[in-house]
Structures are given as C-alpha cells and as structure tokens.
Ligand binder design. Structure first.
Ligand code: HEC
Length: 167
C-alpha cells in the first residue's frame, strides 16, 4: 500500500469535488475528462504525488513548476517586465499568455525589445486559491485528487469512511 492509505479517512469526496469547482480548478485543469486544458490534467496526479506534495502544489504553486508549463520572464530594454508562457513565435514577436484564466489574450513581445529572457520563478497557477477554505475542505480536496487514479479506494468509501476492499 502507499503512504497515503489514510488519505480518505473521514473525508468527503463530494465536498472535495465542490471545492475543486468553486476554487476554479476546473478552469485550468482536466480531471477525469472534465474541465479546462490550459493546465496539466490532474486525473493521475494522485499516483505521481503523495499527500504532502499535493498539498504543496495547491498551496505553494511556485515551489515546483513542471517543465512543460514553465513560464518565461522577459526584461525589456525599456525597463518593463513581462511574465508568462510563450505560446509561439510569430514573426518577430513572442506571443505570451500572461493569465491562464484569460487564455485567449496573448501579449506580443518583440524580439528586438528584449534585454533578457529567463525562466520565471512564478507559476502560472495563482496562489491563494484556497485561502477562503477550511482545512477540512482542503483535505477533502486532496482526497478527491487522490481518488482520480484510485478506483478501488473510491468504490470502498462508504459514508466518508474507507473500508478494506474485501470487507
Ligand atoms: C489559472 C490556471 C490554474 C488554476 C485556476 C489552477 N491551476 Fe493548478 N496548475 C496550473 C498550472 C499551469 C500548473 C503547472 C505549473 C506548475 O507546476 O506550477 C498547475 C499545477 C498544479 C498541480 C501539480 C500538477 C503537476 O502535474 O505538476 C496540482 C496538483 C494543481 N495544479 C492543482 C490545482 C487545484 C486543486 C486547483 C484549484 C484549487 C488549481 N490547481 C488551480 C494552473 C492552474
């Protein structure tokens, strides 16, 4: 068994799903075939992350930024800075997505105006999304994420309690 066997103990997966929706996670993330595509699909995240890593990913998105979604920080010759994800290079302009909640709006950055281009330390995932939720809500959310890749566990949940599969 994983180190996360207790993740479902006393948890309410329905509430976890509610938190996932209310906290706007679906806007960027796909989970079991539902939701947006601008961020990574989280269906299998419960397999790749343990409970602690998941919690960290939710509360401190910039601590670990997955390569595929690495944003770039442009310092321009006029002193301005622009951070975001490079979607493509169109002629002389990088097209930069600055806000994933408004994914269609792209900022052009002219290559001739760039002083420096470095990986940005700030994730495209906003922090503070869970600030208004209780610790119980957050733990329900983590259990919900875990359940995405754990069919047996979900089936064995009964009244918020996890039973052994062969009980
Ligand atoms: C504005 C878009 C956006 C929103 C809203 C958002 N995320 Fe994310 N999330 C991302 C991006 C982009 C990444 C990948 C970059 C990174 O690792 O920081 C990510 C990474 C993650 C990861 C790590 C997954 C991996 O494969 O690296 C988890 C877990 C996660 N988000 C959960 C959530 C949850 C739960 C919510 C709702 C509370 C949420 N996210 C809201 C954009 C978003």
């Amino acid at each position: 068994m994983s180190d996360d066997e207790s993740v479902y103990e006393g948890r309410d997966l329905e509430n976890g799903r509610r938190v996932f929706a209310v906290a706007q996670c679906f806007k960027c993330h796909r989970f079991k075939g539902e939701g947006g595509l601008v961020g990574p699909d989280l269906t299998a995240s419960g397999r790749r992350f343990n409970q602690q890593n998941l919690l960290e990913a939710l509360v401190e998105p910039s601590k670990v930024i997955s390569d595929q979604y690495q944003p770039t920080l442009f310092s321009l010759l006029d002193g301005r800075q622009i951070a975001g994800r490079v979607i493509n290079l169109n002629g002389n302009n990088y097209l930069v997505q600055q806000n994933m909640l408004d994914p269609g709006s792209l900022t052009p950055v002219n290559v001739d105006e760039i002083d420096e281009m470095v990986p940005s330390p700030v994730s495209m995932m906003p922090d503070g999304l869970l600030d208004t939720f209780t610790l119980d809500d957050i733990r329900d959310l983590v259990a919900y994420l875990k359940s995405g890749s754990d069919d047996v566990a979900v089936k064995s949940i009964d009244g918020g309690r996890k039973k052994k599969a062969n009980d």
